[in-house]
Design a protein around this ligand. Structure first.
Ligand SMILES: [Fe+2]
Length: 202
């Protein structure tokens, strides 16, 4: 069954610093990833697997592009769902995990900001299962390059130019500062409840 894009119109006019035009442009881009993921999966279902090739082969190329569309779909959903105008405050479990990993919640936030200004893509705050700690994962390129294994996404922040350029132009740091004030901690708490973080930091 092809997946349908989710609707995030309820965010329009509700997130300080993100205009309707900016959000709508971003929704359209996200919908494109959903469409391409469906297309890739449909083509993979019947692709000829008899001549895979590193340089070029249809099956091989579909497999190489699958993570871009997959992560492009689900990271955008994570991002839109962890935005809110009044999203509450970090739960105690998050504060404890951030303090254990970074020294303090403020240090965690500084690390997120530094990561977002270090590359042109995503920074994901994750619960890292291999070493049982909170991490800020810098996805350096597209939506997958640099992602670590076995990470539960707790917060996703999109800092690709398309996320802010209509509103901020080249003032990326201003976008980063603004968007990090609009974290939906209620949504984050739900993710924490499903992760190892909740069991480690009660
Ligand atoms: Fe994006």
């Amino acid at each position: 069954m092809p997946r349908e894009p989710k609707n995030y119109d309820h965010l329009i006019g509700k997130i300080p610093g993100l205009s309707e035009a900016q959000l709508k442009a971003h929704f359209t881009l996200y919908q494109g990833y959903v469409k391409k993921l469906n297309e890739i999966e449909e083509k993979l279902s019947t692709a000829d697997r008899s001549a895979p090739n590193y340089s070029f082969n249809e099956f091989s190329e579909l497999k190489r592009r699958e993570p871009v569309a997959f992560n492009g779909t689900y990271l955008h959903e994570a991002y839109f769902e962890n935005l809110a105008a009044d999203g509450g405050t970090p739960p105690e479990s998050f504060k404890k995990a951030a303090t254990a990993a970074f020294g303090s919640v403020d240090n965690w936030l500084s690390d997120v900001k530094a990561g977002l200004l270090s590359a042109h893509g995503w920074v994901l705050t994750t619960w890292s299962y291999p070493d049982s700690r909170l991490r800020n994962v810098l996805v350096q390129s597209e939506h997958h390059v640099g992602h670590l294994i076995d990470q539960q996404v707790v917060i996703a922040v999109d800092a690709w130019e398309h996320a802010y350029f209509l509103d901020y132009g080249a003032k990326k740091a201003d976008y980063v500062a603004t968007v990090l004030k609009s974290i939906n901690w209620k949504a984050v708490s739900d993710r924490i409840a499903m992760s190892g973080l909740a069991m480690t930091f009660k």
